[in-house]
Design a protein around this ligand. Structure first.
Ligand SMILES: [Cu+2]
Length: 185
């Protein structure tokens, strides 16, 4: 039910209905993708599909909880949230084009990793799910395309923050599964 509320973005046909929906959205933490820097930190839920993130706001206030739901029927997805160095000016779209070892140089900045199997809600397997430090963040999914979701989730849980080793094709970033998010102070 909550997912449907998040999902459907119903057109508000009356003030009363709008207020009820807003209250429901506040309770479930969704609908906060309209957040601006003046809103108190809440939860922002990103949806993962094959192969992109949707509902990613441009910015959220520091202290925002990052949530993810996987709307795919077949693929596991993740959100690796990496705080980029302050002197990094390239866009995330540029950074994901880098060779793997150069992209890997950003991984010490990982703030959290949320992973979810098909149809599931994301679970933090590294860090907390709170984006506490202001800055520019890259959100990327580096799960191999076509990897077995159950195998990947088991490997991610066992890896304790390291990159799980599972068979599959190119990482989902190659298919366009990345986004940029600014956390404001
Ligand atoms: Cu993915």
């Amino acid at each position: 039910m909550f997912t449907e509320i998040c999902h459907s973005r119903p057109i508000r046909t009356s003030v009363a209905a709008g207020a009820a929906l807003a209250a429901a959205a506040a309770l479930t933490g969704c609908g906060s993708d309209d957040a601006d820097a003046d809103d108190p930190p809440g939860t922002v839920e990103i949806a993962a599909i094959d192969y992109a993130y949707v509902d990613v706001p441009e910015s959220v206030p520091a202290g925002t909880t990052l949530a993810m739901r996987n709307d795919s029927d077949v693929e596991a997805h993740e959100v690796v949230a990496i705080r980029l160095p302050d002197d990094e000016s390239r866009s995330v779209a540029e950074l994901v084009q880098l060779p793997p070892q150069e992209l890997g140089a950003f991984f010490p900045g990982v703030a959290t990793v949320l992973v979810a199997g098909p149809g599931d809600a994301g679970v933090a397997v590294e860090g907390t799910d709170v984006l506490s430090e202001p800055g520019r963040y890259a959100l990327i999914c580096v799960i191999p395309t076509g990897a077995d979701p159950a195998e990947y989730l088991a490997a991610a849980a066992a890896a304790e923050g390291g990159p799980p080793e599972v068979a599959g094709g190119p990482p989902h970033i190659v298919e366009g599964m990345f986004a940029e998010l600014r956390v404001t102070g």
